[in-house]
Design a protein around this ligand. Structure first.
Ligand code: SF4
Length: 212
């Protein structure tokens, strides 16, 4: 599965635009319930204005809310970004921490965001980033029976060797966007259709995962 997806998507990478750890952390928080494309439209101006955690705290909350408004859930996201910045200043010398344990102490940061930052900035694979595409495809491909992201991540960590953990998340996300599209999967064109237990199952088109 991994080698076929790698051959199909040799360019697979994190689709959020960023140039440092703080930018990726903020972009990942913004990407909750929002497309990467939309986040990438908002972040260039944001990252020009806010370069350090202190900068996010130096403006009134409403100003930041307005700037990220189009990514949805803007009040909560503003609270999380500012809370994470405050915590980084207080506990981590104003830097994005580089361990799972420390990242999880930042408000609004759960394992998915921590895995994205660890894998794409610090080249550390402590887990696998599980988003909606990874959740859906893991079920369809028979890699997990669970729907809880933490349990899905655990199953994926058993299924793939550690050096594939960061990449498999990017690969499943791309495959979910281009081929195994929710409710209209292109099974006939899928490179996994001979090993996927859900291939050509009519329920998949109705958004229901077949029993594995
Ligand atoms: S065979 Fe169909 S259901 Fe399975 S991964 Fe490919 S597109 Fe998705």
């Amino acid at each position: 599965m991994f080698s076929r997806l790698c051959a199909l998507y040799p360019e697979a990478h994190c689709e959020l635009d960023f140039s440092n750890a703080l930018e990726l952390l903020v972009a990942t928080i913004l990407s909750a319930q929002c497309t990467d494309e939309r986040v990438n439209m908002v972040t260039p101006a944001l990252f020009r204005k806010y370069r350090r955690p202190e900068d996010y705290l130096a403006v009134p909350q409403e100003e930041l809310e307005q700037e990220i408004h189009s990514t949805g859930f803007f009040r909560n996201k503003t609270k999380n970004i500012r809370g994470a910045c405050r915590r980084m200043i207080e506990a981590y010398d104003g830097k994005v921490p580089d361990s799972m344990e420390e990242l999880l102490t930042l408000p609004g940061v759960a394992r998915k965001t921590a895995n994205v930052v660890l894998g794409n900035i610090f080249d550390k694979a402590e887990g696998i980033a599980v988003d909606t595409h990874v959740t859906r495809l893991s079920g369809l491909l028979g890699l997990t029976q669970h729907t809880d992201p933490v349990k899905i991540e655990r199953d994926l960590m058993k299924a793939f060797p550690r050096d594939q953990w960061t990449a498999i998340s990017h690969l499943l996300i791309l495959h979910g966007r281009r081929v195994c599209i929710a409710r209209r999967p292109k099974c006939e064109a899928c490179v996994l259709n001979d090993i996927c237990p859900s291939a050509f199952a009519p329920q998949v088109k109705r958004g229901v995962r077949p029993a594995n």
